[in-house]
Each structure stands twice: as C-alpha cells, then as structure tokens.
Design a protein around this ligand. Structure first.
Ligand SMILES: Cc1ncc(COP(=O)(O)O)c(C=O)c1O
Length: 390
C-alpha cells in the first residue's frame, strides 16, 4: 500500500537555500556569524537573556546538566515517558535517573507528581522536565506552587527538555524563558529543523559562560572570537576537558530560515490537532490527548491517542491496520524503565509508573505536520473509525 498520509513532513520552502548560499559564499563554514545571528534571534524569540547553539538537543542537555553542577552519584528525576536522550545525559555525568510518572491526559509531570516523588526521594539533586508533545508543564501557577516553586523550596535544580516545545507558551511567556536551562531540538522531525541541531537558553550568565566554553573543547575563546578580535588568533587557553558540540553555520542558516516560519508552522499544526479533537471525540475506544493550555500556546509537535483496554484491536494491530491503509504513525514512547539498559541497572520500576504503563500499552501518535490537507486529516479520522468499528 502506498503511504497516503505520512507521519511527518519536513518543509524547507522559505529562505533556507538563500541563507545556505550566503554561508558558502562567505567562506566560513563552521560556527560564525550565522550561528551568532541564530542564537540572538532565538533568544529574542523566547525572551531569554542568552542562547547557545549546539549540534543536537542531546548536546544541550549534556552541557546543561554539567553547568548545573550534576555530579557522580547524584539522583536526577526524569519522566520515563521520554526519548532516551533525556536520561542518557544523566548517566554521562555518572548520576542516576529516578523515573517519574506523568499525568495520563497531558503526559507531563505535574506539581502533585513532583511533590510525591520528593517525599520518597528528599535527596534528589535535579529534575529534567520534559514538555511532552509540545505541552508546557506547569512551571508556574496562580497558587505560587508550580514546578519552579517546588524545586526552589526543595533546592532541586531544573533542566527543561523542550525538544518538542518550540514555540510553546505558559501564560504570556515562551518556554525557554523560565528556568535556568532549557534545551531545544532541531532534529529533522521537530517543529522547526536544521537537520540536526539544538539550542540551550538561559538567563544565568555563569551557566551561559560554562556552556559556551564546554561546547568547544573547554577553550576559553570560540573560533569566531579568535578570528574577529584584536588578540592573536593562536592564543587560547583550555580551562576544562570540554566537548565538540558547536553548531556549524550551514546548519544555523537552515535554522534561521525555519525560525522565520515557526509561528506559521505552529498555527498550522494547531489546525490539525483541532480537527482531530473535533472529529475523533466520539470514538469511544480512544482517549485523545488533552491540552490544559490554550491551543494557541501548544507547540503541537505530537498528537497522541491512547487505545483503551476494552478496544477489540490491540495497539500493535491498530498500527499495522493503519499502515495497511497508508496512514503513517509512530509511538512516543516505549518508556525508559522498560528498556534493557535501565531495567538491568535499576530493576523493574513499573509499579511506580501506573499512568506511564497505561499510556504505553495503548499509545499511538497520529500524522501531524504543517499544511496537512483537510482531505488527509479526514482520511486519517475515517480510517481510524472504520478500523475500530469492524
Ligand atoms: C524529548 C526529547 N529529548 C531530547 C531529544 C534529543 O534531540 P536531538 O536528536 O536533537 O539530540 C529528543 C529527540 O527526539 C526528544 O524527543
């Protein structure tokens, strides 16, 4: 069967080629003025003091945890319902993940879940908060008892994994402007892409300086500075054993062009989500994703449904049948506590992760991408209904 509706589509029909050509003509292919411009414009977009472009969100998460001072033996909260990158960086630093459950409807950690986890693990050093699917977790609330408040009261550092959450808002502020460290992904299937790439935002100057240094081998000057400042270019110092995580200018060129279209893309994804919410609401076998933020503030990276227990079709068979009818889907995620490495190292944690287990048994991510045609959305909904009514 030819695929009628793919799971995702990449759109590069803005200024991508123009900006790439400018980079090639400039003769500067590594990190230089385009990356600087991308950082400046991204920081301005989300309302952060500083932004540091890197070659993946995984790199940003690693640099962020390092800058927050996470060290061997520390315990770090992380949801189990996430991509492996969110937790592997904890292991890079010799710390140990403690997997948290998420809210069944929104699939993010809530203040209540966090508070219960702190009672059980009062010695935890850090929380990695994933804004799953583009839905902002409750960092702040009217009761001044949001996740940021709870972390502050309990001396827990917080690192936001916003790989799915650009552009996403909480109240009148963008994700990326709240906590000490927020990490974004520009991987090919993300809401804006540069092929591969990531961005770390912060309002903390010390964190920014550490991240910038560790991004490039622990050298106290970046390449652009070495070739634009008055100091001799050969002269630099190594202040720590850093990494090679910088973003090249060709990548930044694509990112800049995508950034110009970020809200157009987001709005278009919102239209797809709104269509699904309306046209699938009466399908009794499905629990649809719930947004507790206004739809306009959601990045809508994913649109997930959970097949209920009583459905006659299993999740895996449902995916097969959709695929046979030409509908691309995915699963986000097989939870990390079920992965061999974490199971072998930390034992079976499933009893603590009731919602995560329930989501995992039934979850399917439906096609969502900018400029999806109404006939494509209708085809997805009609196909789902016909499979579930057989
Ligand atoms: C929640 C989450 N965090 C981190 C990442 C890692 O992003 P990157 O591929 O840019 O390293 C991903 C990638 O899919 C993700 O979904």
């Amino acid at each position: 069967m030819i695929q009628k509706v793919p799971f995702c589509k990449v759109l590069c029909d803005g200024n991508e080629l123009k900006y790439i050509t400018e980079v090639i003509e400039s003769g500067w292919l590594t990190t230089a003025s385009k990356t600087k411009k991308f950082e400046d414009q991204f920081a301005e977009y989300v309302g952060a003091e500083y932004a540091c472009a890197v070659n993946s969100c995984t790199a940003a998460l690693h640099l962020g945890l390092d800058a927050l001072g996470v060290k061997p033996g520390d315990k770090v909260f992380v949801p189990s319902l996430t991509f492996t990158a969110s937790a592997e960086v904890i292991r890079y630093l010799g710390a140990d993940p403690i997997f948290l459950d998420v809210d069944y409807d929104t699939k993010v950690i809530t203040p209540e879940i966090l508070e219960k986890a702190i009672e059980k693990h009062p010695d935890v050093a850090c929380l990695i908060l994933v804004h799953y699917g583009g839905h902002a977790a409750e960092l702040i609330n009217d009761a001044n008892h949001g996740i940021l408040d709870i972390c502050k009261q309990n001396n827990i550092k917080i690192l936001e994994d916003a790989a799915h959450a650009f552009p996403a808002k909480l109240g009148d502020r963008f994700i990326g402007s709240f906590g000490d460290v927020t990490c974004f992904s520009f991987y090919a299937n993300k809401t804006i892409t540069s092929g591969e790439g990531g961005m770390l935002t912060t309002n903390n100057e010390e964190i920014f300086k550490r991240v910038k240094t560790m991004r490039l081998h622990g050298i106290n000057r970046d390449v652009w500075d070495r070739f634009t400042s008055d100091k001799p270019s050969w002269e630099y110092d190594v202040v720590a054993p850093g990494f090679k995580y910088n973003m090249p200018d060709v990548t930044a060129a694509i990112g800049l062009a995508q950034l110009e279209r970020a809200e157009v893309f987001r709005k278009s994804r919102e239209e797809v989500a709104t269509y699904y919410l309306e046209h699938l609401k009466d399908v009794k076998e499905l629990d649809l994703t719930v947004s507790k933020v206004p739809y306009k503030d959601h990045a809508w990276h994913l649109f997930t449904v959970v097949l209920r227990d009583q459905s006659k079709v299993t999740r895996n068979r449902f995916i097969e049948l959709l695929s046979e009818k030409g509908v691309g889907t995915s699963v986000h995620y097989k939870p990390l506590h079920r992965m061999t490495y974490y199971k072998n190292k930390y034992g079976d944690r499933s009893a603590d992760l009731i919602n995560t287990e329930k989501i995992w048994q039934g979850t399917v991510s439906l096609p969502i991408f900018p400029f999806m045609k109404e006939e494509e959305m209708k085809y997805v909904c009609d196909t789902i209904k016909s499979i579930l009514s057989e």
